[in-house]
Design a protein around this ligand. Structure first.
Ligand SMILES: [Mg+2]
Length: 102
């Protein structure tokens, strides 16, 4: 999570006027749309490959990272970093209790 917080801090410094909740939500949806576009390319749906060529791991990974940063920005905006980490820990512990992971 530390690296995400660092990316959030850097982004907020680079774009200080874009830190309002609806702006973050809009960017999150935009990034989700770009992930959907990458999935379209990976699944060879429509004419995407003819237009853009073969899918690249780096591109879909970048879009996923951008969406994740926007989610963490929202968590930081509402100061729920501790609650987010507790929620992640609780989910992992529950999965361990259920024997789903080690
Ligand atoms: Mg993007």
């Amino acid at each position: 999570m530390k690296r995400f917080y660092q990316m959030v801090e850097a982004s907020n410094r680079r774009f200080p006027d874009g830190v309002e909740p609806f702006q973050m939500a809009t960017r999150l949806l935009e990034e989700c749309g770009e992930i959907a576009s990458e999935i379209n390319l990976w699944e060879n749906s429509g004419i995407k490959r003819q237009k853009h060529g073969d899918p690249k791991k780096e591109n879909i990974a970048n879009e996923i990272r951008q969406a994740m940063v926007e989610l963490v920005k929202i968590a930081c905006y509402y100061h729920v970093e501790n609650e987010l980490e507790q929620s992640i820990e609780k989910s992992i512990n529950q999965s361990k209790l259920e024997g789903l992971i080690d």
